[in-house]
Design a binder for this molecule. Structure first.
Ligand code: F6P
Length: 357
């Protein structure tokens, strides 16, 4: 008999349900007797002991369903050691819930912040197995996270739609892509959508270089330019600022986001008409794409195997086309960023894509 607690934490993404289904199906098919405690709304469920008892049946029919059947919320790691408004010690409360329910392990699905807390719980002596979810694909220790490919598809669709209207009107169009502090989503959707310019957080841009590319396209008779801008993109000037000064700049920022700043500067310097489109949270909504359904199911199956083997303290990841077990302490607290020297960036440059650098 295994008693398993399960939770999804942080921003949701596609294939969370597919991954949980993968874990549970693997355990059920192994004819292991299991009790599943589904904690509601992420770590909050574990802190405040809010859970639902679930059975294998609850995980049927959810392979294609977006979102998470458990609900989710953000519990920032930097506040994890601060008592809540009623003085509750969050870490102690999570441990108490775990021990009170006599759990054998926790299955935690999440991104960066979630993994820091998962590793902390491991250090506190709890058995933890994690699964890498996020549309940002920025988790260390895995080449791929589930949710990413589905979000690439949606962001690419957005760029595809913009392409036709941009071509008709001869405009410069910016599509702002999610991804938090990293550029994986923008880089992939930008390339897939045939963007002419891609601006990433990891490659600070010079607005004059961006304009040079637009003017080069004008000279070559292209009537329009598509720019994929990561929500975390940053100019060369801003990249030189200290963290404190950059934060100050953002506090007094007059634009809704970086794309509007880029648009305003292009408009001001060239007189060209520029439009901004922000697909936003659509990128992590809807059903998982087939790739993510398969990928999340495989990761879930491996997590199930870990539980059956009594092997804890791992994230199930994907390295060099293989599903792997990565020690949690290697994952927590590190970001996987796009290297400006990465082959994909160099290949994009060979295709004529400008990174504004
Ligand atoms: O981490 C996933 C993500 O969608 C990021 O790409 C984005 O910056 C962030 O979450 C948005 O967070 P929220 O849903 O809290 O606005």
């Amino acid at each position: 008999m295994k008693r398993i607690g399960m939770l999804t934490s942080g921003g949701d993404c596609q294939a969370l349900n597919a991954a949980m289904r993968g874990v549970v199906k693997t355990l059920v098919n192994a004819e292991e007797k299991i009790e599943i405690y589904g904690f509601l709304d992420g770590y909050k469920g574990l802190i405040y002991s809010r859970f639902q008892m679930l059975t294998g049946k609850d995980f049927s029919g959810i392979l294609t369903k977006g979102g998470t059947i458990l609900g989710t919320s953000r519990t920032p790691f930097k506040l994890i050691h601060e008592p809540d408004e009623n003085g509750v010690d969050k870490v102690e409360a999570m441990k108490q819930t775990y021990h009170k329910l006599q759990l054998d392990c926790l299955v935690i699905l999440g991104g960066n912040g979630t993994h820091k807390t998962a590793n902390l719980l491991r250090e506190e002596g709890l058995n933890v197995v994690t699964l890498p979810k996020t549309i940002d694909n920025d988790l260390w220790g895995t080449d791929m996270t589930f949710g990413f490919q589905s979000a690439v598809n949606i962001a690419t669709d957005a760029i595809d739609c913009i392409h036709t209207t941009a071509a008709s009107h001869g405009r410069v169009f910016i599509v702002e892509v999610m991804g938090h502090k990293v550029g994986w989503l923008t880089l992939n959707a930008g390339m897939a959508g045939g963007a002419d310019i891609i601006l990433l957080p990891e490659i600070p841009y010079d607005i004059n270089k961006v304009i040079e590319k637009i003017e080069e396209r004008d000279r070559n008779g292209s009537r329009f330019t598509i720019i994929a801008v990561a929500e975390g993109a940053i100019s060369k000037e801003d990249a030189k600022l200290s963290k404190k000064d950059y934060k100050k700049k953002l506090e007094n920022y007059s634009y809704p986001s970086v794309s509007y700043e880029v648009a305003a500067k292009i408009q001001e310097k060239t007189g060209r008409e520029v439009r901004v489109t922000v697909p936003g949270h659509m990128q992590r909504g809807g059903s998982p794409c087939p790739y993510d359904r398969v990928f999340a199911s495989r990761l879930g199956a491996e997590a199930g195997k870990l539980i059956l083997d009594g092997q804890y303290g791992f994230m199930v990841g994907y390295k060099n086309r293989e599903i792997v077990r990565v020690p949690l302490e290697e994952v927590a607290g590190k970001l996987k960023m796009v290297s400006p020297d990465a082959a994909i960036v160099q290949e994009a440059k060979l295709l004529g894509i400008s990174f504004g650098d």
